[in-house]
Design a protein around this ligand. Structure first.
Ligand code: COA
Length: 697
């Protein structure tokens, strides 16, 4: 065995098989030293007559997870990935990629340029570049279709999803699936290849398999709907179309050109920003990286209502035995039936098997008391949004649980400090704010009090990731971050109706911006009774204009409860598509008259600016108060919680794109038009705009 070459790649000799081991933690990204080291290894392999086959293997938790994202902002440095891939492709002797963990992006492209691919049964494969607003730039779009067919390749490239080893084997991406010792098995595979004549197989020599001509058009339409406003998925189809009728080398050059162009695009910068911000959000201010989360093996959820059930599903899905605590057997039976119904829906859609449902249901237990909670490690309280009711539950939990159990509340606006005051170990109390439907929405707003222990903060963050959420830690603030900003957008949407806009105009502008749904269609979905109740709860803290802007109450009183009653801001037929309703225009006209507002034509630009800038201004106040630690946290919250279009990077990133001086100027304008109390620029915006800086410096 010999050690040569660069730090991140070393070469071992195993008889006639040379093994190149990549060791570049944490995910073996193809940074410059890896590319140089691997190129060195191939060259050495070709020169070495005693070596008849080479294996590429990775140390640590995964095969190469892609190009090094951190290098994207720098000019490409030789050897580029393309140079390495060409060298692998041209090699006169066979190379075997031995894959474990995830072979993603450039990692899969390295694999595709090898003669053979063997993989552990747990390995996964994907070309996720599109999720970063990019496309493969080193042969992914020209090799993958040749190997697995145009249709499957197009799906993987344009959607960025992953497939497992078995599927990869069935589709022809992988030659052999291995369970056990990958290195030993890969060397044995290479020896077999040598014994059978050391045949080199080049994917680049394969023809493009025939495919249905209608496929591309269908895919374009589907992608346009699913990834509204995003350019990379559409360009993926263009590349595949061109690839099918162009010689291999020419198509590969075009792919590289397109990839470089996308690296410089604003959409890709926004998506890369979010990738980094999401990972940054998991690092909690004031909690050193070596703080160990507490063990969480068994959990309880108090409150079998809609939120409690959704939270229980998340926990069950992650394999956690979960006890649901309710006041009556009837409410618990109802919850069990609802959870089962959700799972049955999954079975119908093919996302779960009946056996998986049974194993998840078997982890669920229920109780009406607090006596049997001895081995519980963490409780999530999801009862009625009322401080006194929650305090009573906290007191019961306090009496029943030992002093190490974490008590988290799912409150969306109540004061965490007051809840912490009601137990004997306030350091165990935190918020875990899920968004409805809790089993679907990715965002988890974790809330710290001034006393929450560091290991409790680490625990709720790691639990959030374990149950597949994107956890972001926030501090004390009414409505925390997501809802506090949303309430400003909702306020402006209402005020705009008073000024003369229609619900459909506002919804059209905001969905045109990229939100999946406009605020009024969303309100119809939530239900006007729910909106009216939320309004009543906040009424005392509203400004006089907000109090008198009672359109929601008027609609609710008229029985226009939204989709569920067939009418709200819109009318709904059987297809549930919102239709404008003249009766609403009439109601708005009467409201304006009663309130003394005269109708004016509101421009789309005003709608967009007032809705977005009201949120951005509030976010700046949140940052100033320290309720969010970083602007990136707010971007992660809005892209995962309320459908801010990811390719626009989140509200803070977007604000920087527009420029804070321009935003300040607009805020001043709307201060004069709508009122200082609504649009006075936050101190942070004033300061940054004066220095011509952005939230990100
Ligand atoms: N380049 C550079 N760094 C990368 C990276 C890449 N391609 N992929 C992941 N990392 C870093 C992350 O930033 C994180 O760094 P941190 O610990 O400093 O925060 C670390 O690797 C671990 O990543 P994380 O995502 O937290 O771990 P995970 O185990 O949950 O997921 C992956 C691992 C590889 C599945 C996931 O990171 C991923 O999907 N990476 C992107 C792959 C990709 O898009 N490749 C194509 C690039 S064009």
């Amino acid at each position: 065995m010999s050690q040569v070459s660069e730090q991140t790649v070393h070469v071992e000799r195993h008889g006639a098989v040379l093994v190149a081991v990549i060791d570049n933690p944490p995910v073996n990204a193809l940074s410059h030293s890896v590319r140089a080291g691997l190129l060195d290894a191939v060259e050495r392999f070709e020169r070495d007559d005693a070596s008849k086959a080479m294996v590429i293997l990775c140390a640590g938790r995964t095969f190469i997870a892609g190009a090094d994202i951190r290098e994207f902002n720098k000019p490409p440095q030789e050897p580029r990935l393309g140079t390495l891939i060409d060298r692998l492709d041209a090699c006169a002797k066979p190379i075997v990629a031995a894959i474990h963990g995830t072979a993603l992006g450039g990692g899969l492209e390295v694999g595709l340029a090898c003669s053979y691919r063997v993989a552990l049964d747990s390995a996964r494969f994907g070309l996720p570049e599109v999720k970063l607003g990019l496309l493969p730039g080193s042969g992914g779009t020209v090799r993958l279709p040749r190997l697995i067919g145009v249709e499957h390749a197009l799906t993987m490239i344009s959607e960025g999803g992953q497939i497992g080893s078995q599927e990869a084997r069935e589709k022809g991406l992988v030659d052999t699936v291995i369970s056990g010792d990958l290195k030993a098995e890969a060397i044995a595979f290479a020896r077999k290849v040598i014994a059978e004549g050391a045949r080199v197989r080049r994917t680049s020599d394969l023809p493009v398999p025939p495919f249905d001509a209608g496929l591309l058009a269908t895919k374009r339409t589907e992608l346009a709907k699913r990834y509204k406003g995003r350019q990379a998925p559409q360009i993926a189809v263009d590349l595949i179309e061109k690839m099918a009728s162009t010689p291999f080398r020419e198509a590969a050059q075009e792919e590289y050109r397109v990839c470089r162009e996308l690296i410089g695009s604003n959409q890709s910068k926004a998506l890369r920003h979010l990738f980094a911000a999401e990972r940054e959000a998991a690092k909690i201010d004031g909690v050193p990286a070596d703080v160990k989360p507490r063990d969480v093996n068994k959990v309880a959820v108090v409150g079998p209502g809609v939120m409690g059930r959704g939270i229980a599903i998340c926990l069950l899905n992650a394999g956690l035995p979960t006890t649901l605590i309710g006041r009556t057997e009837e409410s618990l039976a109802k919850a069990i039936a609802a959870i089962r119904k959700t799972y049955e829906g999954n079975v119908k859609r093919g996302t779960l098997t009946p056996d998986e449902v049974e194993s998840r249901m078997s982890r669920l237990s229920t109780t009406t008391g607090y006596d049997d909670l001895r081995d519980i490690d963490l409780v999530i309280e999801a009862v009625t949004e009322d401080l006194e009711v929650k305090k009573a539950v906290f007191a019961k939990l306090d009496a029943a649980l030992n002093e190490r159990v974490i008590i988290a509340t799912n409150t969306s606006f109540l004061d965490i400090e007051a809840l912490a005051d009601s137990v004997s170990n306030p350091e165990n109390v935190a918020g875990m704010h899920f968004f409805n439907p809790a089993n679907i929405m990715k965002l988890l707003e974790n809330v710290r009090s001034s006393r929450t222990a560091p290991d409790v903060l680490a625990t709720i963050t790691s639990l959030g990731k374990r149950i597949g959420k994107v956890p972001v830690m926030v501090g004390r603030s009414e409505g925390f971050v997501a809802n506090r900003m949303l309430s400003k957008r909702s306020r402006e949407a209402q005020f705009l109706l008073e000024d003369g806009a229609t619900p459909q105009q506002v919804d059209k502008v905001l969905s045109g911006f990229g939100f999946p749904i406009g605020p009024f269609a969303l309100a119809d979905l939530a239900g006007m009774d729910v909106m009216a109740a939320a309004r009543a709860a906040r009424f005392a803290r509203m400004t006089p204009r907000e109090q008198q802007c009672d359109i929601v109450d008027k609609l609710a009183a008229a029985g226009r409860l939204g989709q569920k009653s067939g009418a709200g801001y819109y009318l709904y037929g059987d297809d549930r598509k919102p239709q404008p309703d003249p009766a609403v225009n009439e109601l708005l006209a009467q409201h304006r008259q009663a309130r003394g507002f005269s109708h004016r034509d509101v421009t789309d630009q005003e709608i967009l600016e007032r809705c977005l800038y009201a949120m951005i201004n509030e976010a700046a106040k949140i940052l100033e108060e320290g309720a969010a630690a970083r602007p990136g946290d707010i971007d992660v919250i809005w892209t995962n919680g309320f459908g801010w279009p990811p390719h626009l990077g989140g509200p803070m990133f977007h604000a920087d794109q527009i420029g804070l001086p321009r935003i300040k100027e607009a805020l001043d304008r709307y201060s004069a038009l709508v009122g200082e109390e609504y649009f006075k620029p936050a101190g942070l915006i004033e300061r940054l705009a004066a220095e011509d800086r952005g939230f990100y410096g």
